[in-house]
Design a protein around this ligand. Structure first.
Ligand SMILES: [Zn+2]
Length: 239
């Protein structure tokens, strides 16, 4: 109704604005490539869950959902290590060259003295490195993902900050469960901002059951996707 009643000049302006918005969106989508790294491999499969499954299996399933979600959100994706054949960590960051963000998907464990019963450990964790070429953007993306995970009711687990051997990680943001892990190879050697998400602590049977339900896994994937989209839209640190 309003469009029909417009003057020719206004209609031209509207068309120009719509065209600019579409071009802008296309350019943003073109620029934003997310490298989704499937943590571990078939040969080096990571931790073992309470139900006895290798971590790689959980990482692969969640990474698939994350990739589908990112694509649905209009972002480009590049899967790293999806087939389970990637054993060299630096090959992962090499394969991610040219991407705008490196997102590594993992599931968490605890120190061996707390096993086999790890019921008291639950939640997510996010890691970034100060040795990454863009620690500021890495942290911003970690915070954005953590915020979205909290928005769906996930709580951060702070067990990596415990002052014991194997942990003792400095918290970059204690409220959000974001840690600094400066020498984590993929975060340090990535050529772009990078974060590593530990989606759940699968050595805890309750967490294992939760994430093994595809509805929960998809919800967690959608939270990760929303955080990544928030962070990439933010644009800060894009150099
Ligand atoms: Zn892992």
């Amino acid at each position: 109704m309003h469009v029909l009643g417009m003057t020719l000049a206004k209609r031209r302006l509207l068309r120009a604005c719509v065209a600019a918005a579409v071009t802008g969106a296309a350019q943003a989508a073109q620029a934003a490539v997310v490298a989704v790294d499937v943590g571990h491999s078939l040969a080096r499969s990571g931790s073992t869950s309470a139900s006895g499954k290798p971590e790689f299996q959980y990482n692969q399933a969640l990474a698939r959902d994350v990739i589908a979600g990112l694509a649905a959100a209009g972002l480009q994706t590049r899967a790293i290590g999806m087939d389970g054949e990637m054993d060299v960590l630096t090959a992962r960051t090499e394969a991610a060259r040219g991407a705008d963000l490196f997102l590594s998907i993992h599931h968490d464990s605890v120190q061996p003295q707390y096993l086999p019963v790890a019921d008291r450990f639950a939640g997510y964790g996010v890691f970034a490195s100060r040795k990454n070429p863009d620690p500021k953007k890495s942290l911003a993306c970690s915070v954005a993902v953590a915020d979205r995970l909290q928005a769906i009711g996930r709580a951060p687990s702070l067990h990596h900050a415990e002052p014991i051997k194997g942990e003792n990680r400095p918290l970059a943001d204690a409220q959000r469960g974001v840690y600094w892990f400066d020498d984590l190879v993929v975060l340090k050697t990535a050529k772009q901002p990078a974060l590593l998400v530990e989606a759940a602590i699968t050595v805890n049977p309750a967490e294992d059951n939760m994430i093994s339900d595809s509805r929960n896994r998809k919800l967690i994937a959608s939270a990760i996707v929303a955080g990544v989209a928030d962070c990439l839209r933010g644009g800060a640190g894009r150099s």
